[in-house]
Ligand binder design. Structure first.
Ligand code: ZN
Length: 145
């Protein structure tokens, strides 16, 4: 199987079986982010405990890239400390800005490396980043409370 096809499958799997979708009622911060150029929307609830991400739940509509990406992101950062999650976030943003040059470090990004190909398509980068930017916003607002 081609690598691209495999990646496509990971994205489709997260899209069809989204992780942590469905908003939990307990949270420290709630954010709502939209990507008007594509029509993607994500509401994200985040809870912190001892400076670690104890829960993320989200709801959203939009393209497969945006919805798969937020599902992948949730899986990756839940249970990590805010500092560890920042490393993951920075790596992912760097990957998205690489214009198809970088493949991503699977040791850090796990399933998120499947989105590497998106960085070749400027119009889709915002789709992939939407959930991650929502997370970044939520963690900032939760930690400054
Ligand atoms: Zn989109």
């Amino acid at each position: 199987m081609e690598l691209d096809a495999l990646y496509q499958e990971v994205i489709l799997d997260h899209y069809k079986h989204p992780q942590h979708k469905g908003l939990l009622s307990t949270y420290d911060a709630q954010v709502h982010h939209v990507n008007p150029s594509c029509g993607d929307e994500i509401t994200l609830n985040l809870a912190l405990e001892n400076n670690s991400i104890s829960s993320i739940s989200w709801d959203g509509v939009g393209c497969s890239i945006s919805q798969a990406s937020v599902s992948i992101m949730s899986d990756l950062v839940i249970g990590k400390s805010v500092d560890e999650a920042r490393v993951v976030l920075d790596n992912f943003v760097e990957l998205m800005q690489s214009k198809g040059i970088k493949t991503g470090d699977p040791a850090i990004l796990e399933d998120a490396v499947s989105l590497a190909g998106v960085s070749k398509f400027p119009a889709r980068i915002k789709c992939a980043l939407l959930g991650w930017m929502a997370y970044k916003d939520a963690v900032l607002s939760a930690s400054t409370k």
